[in-house]
Design a protein around this ligand. Structure first.
Ligand code: F6P
Length: 504
């Protein structure tokens, strides 16, 4: 019989609390049961969740929770392009950009992608003259995906040198100016709304820099990436250089749309499409697989187990791969802006929601923050991410040491080591999951990001929250505008700070 949500949570709360060592001793098939490979067109990804505390019993009760939460129905709505963001009455059609979704949305996305392809290829062919640099201005979802993908996939092989500038702090833009030659620089203005103050201010300053440095038609060097093309036209961009995307694509889910223009410019059109293909493979898996075999859903089961049932307040991600050094920043927005909520879809107070996402790269982090992970007092579930194929061409010793350290950390966190000296004792029983890719190529990268997106969605459905709005970011923006407008009194501390900085 189908359980209600409350019954499902009650059943989950009743589970005993064996250690990881006990779980491995009790079930010799544990690794087989809790790890799975997802095959891509070339190579694949191994998802190993065996070093988490998930058990057959927990998985069965989480499956009951998913059923009670209407997971299959919500997922069907997501892929059908129906409203899944009720507070804003919107669909969330990022998968349609990868060819998986409502037919009309997939068609529309294909047409827009074709337009983007033509422009990317024309630029590579010299239609806008010699282009050596691209300054991409955008913030949040309009910056973090492109920055991560360009860094991960192009490195020193970039076809065009791309600088992603997000911060309103002029230091960021000046750094990009210093690295670019104005005569061979294009400016991409990336903003879903084409109103965000940081982006529009940076765009103006980039144009001024071009003009001040002898470029006769600065707006002729601008490519606009936006869901509000009419605003880009008003701003002065010629329609031929405006690459629109659909309103139903959320900012933090938009790197697959024209917001990914700098990715295609840096890595070439073929690899951009491979990135979409890899993501589409995960879309199909997520759409067509039920229960614990659905890998993003399984990951969400573990996430929720730790946040809701074991009180974990953070979740850490360590990529043992320099190419993924920006991944924690990207995941922070994806997970915290999506699921950092305090009320359910119906507006009732919710239980604990998204943990704080943080992380870094291995092995650097081992020499900085791993002390706390091994011996501190916080429970921190960890994801390790690594690639079997190296990203470098140096002595293979580099990559062997990298991988061995990655696996050693997961083993050490789990096993711990007892000592008579409490200072030298490691409690162990600390959970981690490992994502091991064959090779971090464009398709694999796309698959990793789509996995993270669907995991975030699955978490939200199980927690009964809306992952697609972000009203929490508005209040601070409004107060900043009021400060700028002047004439309003704030609290005594804020008033004193404004005075100290000469702003009042
Ligand atoms: O402030 C948050 C936010 O709205 C993000 O959700 C979004 O990705 C970012 O700002 C940038 O918005 P836009 O793309 O409209 O400039």
């Amino acid at each position: 019989m189908t359980k209600t949500r409350d019954e499902a949570w009650e059943a989950l709360a009743l589970h005993p609390d064996p250690t990881l060592a006990e779980l491995f001793d009790a079930d010799e098939d544990r690794v087989d049961k809790l790890s799975a490979r997802l095959e891509l067109a070339e190579g694949g990804i191994l998802f190993d969740w065996s070093k988490t505390h998930l058990t057959d019993g927990l998985l069965a009760d989480f499956e009951a929770l998913a059923e009670a939460a209407g997971f299959a129905e919500m997922r069907a709505k997501l892929f059908a392009g129906e409203v899944v963001n009720p507070t804003e009455g919107r669909a969330a059609e990022h998968s349609a950009l990868r060819g998986v979704g409502k037919d009309s949305s997939v068609e529309e996305a294909e047409a827009l992608r074709h337009r983007m392809k033509l422009l990317v290829e024309a630029i590579h062919a010299g239609a806008l003259g010699e282009v050596k640099h691209l300054i991409h201005v955008g913030i949040g979802g309009s910056a973090l995906g492109p920055a991560l993908a360009v860094d991960a996939l192009s490195r020193d092989l970039a076809l065009v040198d791309v600088h992603v500038v997000s911060n309103i702090d002029g230091v960021a833009l000046e750094e990009a100016f210093a690295a670019c030659d104005p005569a061979t620089t294009l400016v991409a203005v990336a903003s879903k709304t084409f109103t965000t103050i940081e982006t529009m201010t940076n765009a103006h300053s980039a144009l001024k820099w071009l003009a001040d440095n002898g470029v006769s038609d600065p707006t002729g060097r601008v490519i606009a990436l936006t869901a509000a093309p009419e605003k880009a036209v008003e701003w002065g961009v010629d329609e031929t250089r405006i690459l629109p995307f659909a309103e139903s694509v959320g900012g933090r889910y938009s790197m697959w749309s024209s917001i990914g223009f700098p990715i295609a410019i840096a890595v070439g059109w073929e690899d951009f499409e491979h990135m979409l293909d890899g993501a589409a493979r995960v879309d199909a898996h997520f759409r067509d697989t039920d229960g614990r075999d659905n890998l993003p859903l399984r990951a969400a089961f573990a996430d929720i187990f730790y946040t809701r049932l074991r009180g974990a307040q953070t979740r850490a991600v360590f990529a043992y791969d320099e190419r993924l050094r920006l991944l924690p920043d990207y995941l922070q927005q994806l997970e915290m802006e999506s699921n950092g909520k305090r009320v359910t879809v119906a507006g009732e107070p919710s239980g604990p929601t998204a943990p704080i996402t943080w992380g870094g790269v291995g092995t650097d982090a081992q020499h900085a923050v791993f002390q706390l992970l091994h011996q501190g007092t916080h429970l921190v579930p960890i994801d390790f991410i690594a690639s079997i194929a190296p990203g470098d061409e140096l002595d293979p010793a580099h990559h062997h040491i990298l991988l061995m350290n990655c696996f050693a950390q997961g083993a050490a966190l789990m096993s711990g080591r007892q000592s008579d000296d409490p200072h030298r004792s490691y409690p162990g029983n600390r959970p981690s999951a490992t994502i091991l890719v064959d090779d971090l190529d464009a398709a694999t990268f796309g698959a990793l990001i789509a996995f993270a997106e669907h995991r975030t969605f699955a978490n939200a459905v199980l927690m009964d929250i809306n992952p697609f709005d972000q009203f929490g970011v508005e209040l601070g923006k409004e107060i900043a505008k009021k400060i700028e407008a002047g004439g309003e009194k704030f609290d005594a501390s804020t008033e004193a700070l404004l005075k100290a900085a000469g702003l009042s």
